[in-house]
Design a protein around this ligand. Structure first.
Ligand code: NAP
Length: 282
């Protein structure tokens, strides 16, 4: 294939933009898939300051980029910069995936909620979201994607608790009456009714404080998942497994959210396998 100047087209480029970015596992993930499918292309981590974001995004397509992932702290600003936005990105209020269209427009999507649900369906195929209420811990940026996707797949009720209660109240106002806010000091109580339990806080992550919510109320057979994936087996998951709950770690969400973007940029829908997980953990 050639471009308009009759030069061979260079391999497609994608990447991830954040600040900081060195910790990102996305380059290992996308390069694993490029290698697996023998595709040309590259995926590059880029540290970009807030004030430079728009200028960088407008320039990248001219350098051969077909799109980028967006991570902390740019997810909201990227949505504002985009020319076209998917419904799910609008609902979540943030973008994690940008597609640079041939007509020069930036198309923003958010695949976090998709990745969350796809991970649960992949790791726990018998999970039934309609089986009972979901208990969600945390009301930060990630919680928005989790709440919208849980509502979309038919969870009858969400019990939502956050240290800063007004942030949970704001999500209730926005997402509607299927959400009930529970005070943070009583978060343990909401586990008693929950068929699905999700930690969307950063508690339990390496370098962060422990999650101190009492877990005695966890019901045997509930599905418990943690967005934190460092460590892979968090204390929440270990304790839940010891109580007879099914547990799903957060690494799968990171991997599954990347599937639609990889397909769009590089033309192959990649499979999520044990080798994929191993490549990301390396
Ligand atoms: P965020 O917007 O900063 O929200 C952080 C959340 O943690 C808030 O609910 C915050 O409560 C709570 N929190 C922080 N410190 C706390 C403390 N000491 N006590 C009680 N609550 C505390 O972050 P985010 O983007 O939502 O990310 C949250 C976590 O999810 C991070 O660990 C991130 O790595 C992980 N994540 C994983 C994936 C994946 O693919 N697996 C995707 C996205 C995010 P307040 O509102 O009270 O501050």
């Amino acid at each position: 294939m050639t471009d308009s100047d009759d030069h061979p087209s260079p391999p497609p480029l994608a990447g991830v933009i954040g600040q900081p970015i060195a910790h990102s596992r996305s380059p290992a993930l996308h390069h694993h898939w490029l290698d697996t499918y023998g595709l040309p292309g590259a995926y590059i981590p880029m540290q970009v300051a807030d004030k430079d974001l728009e200028e960088v995004l407008r320039a990248l397509p001219k350098a051969g980029f077909v799109g980028v992932n967006i991570t902390i702290p740019h997810k909201v600003k990227a949505l504002e910069i985009a020319d076209l936005v998917t419904d799910r990105a609008t609902i979540i209020g943030a973008a994690n995936t940008l597609i640079f269209r041939r007509d020069g427009k930036i198309h923003a999507d958010n695949t976090d909620g998709y990745g969350f649900v796809a991970n649960l369906r992949h790791a726990a195929p018998d999970w039934n979201p309609a089986a009972g209420p979901a208990a969600v811990l945390g009301a930060g940026g990630a919680a928005r994607a989790i709440i919208s996707s849980l509502l979309e797949v038919g969870v009858p009720q969400i019990l939502l608790s956050n240290r800063t209660r007004p942030k949970a109240e704001a999500l209730r106002t926005e997402f509607g009456s299927r959400i009930d806010v529970v005070d943070w000091v009583q978060a343990g109580n909401m586990l008693e009714d929950a068929a699905t339990v999700v930690n969307t806080t950063s508690l339990g992550m390496t370098g962060s404080p422990a999650l101190r919510v009492p877990l005695d109320g966890l019901q045997k057979g509930a599905l418990v998942t943690d967005l934190v994936y460092s460590p892979l087996r968090t204390t929440l998951l270990e304790e839940a497994a010891a109580r007879g709950c099914r547990t799903v770690d957060g690494l799968g969400m990171l991997i599954h959210q990347a599937v639609p973007a990889f397909e769009r940029w590089f033309g192959v829908r990649p499979e999520v396998t044990e080798a994929t997980r191993a490549a990301v953990l390396k």
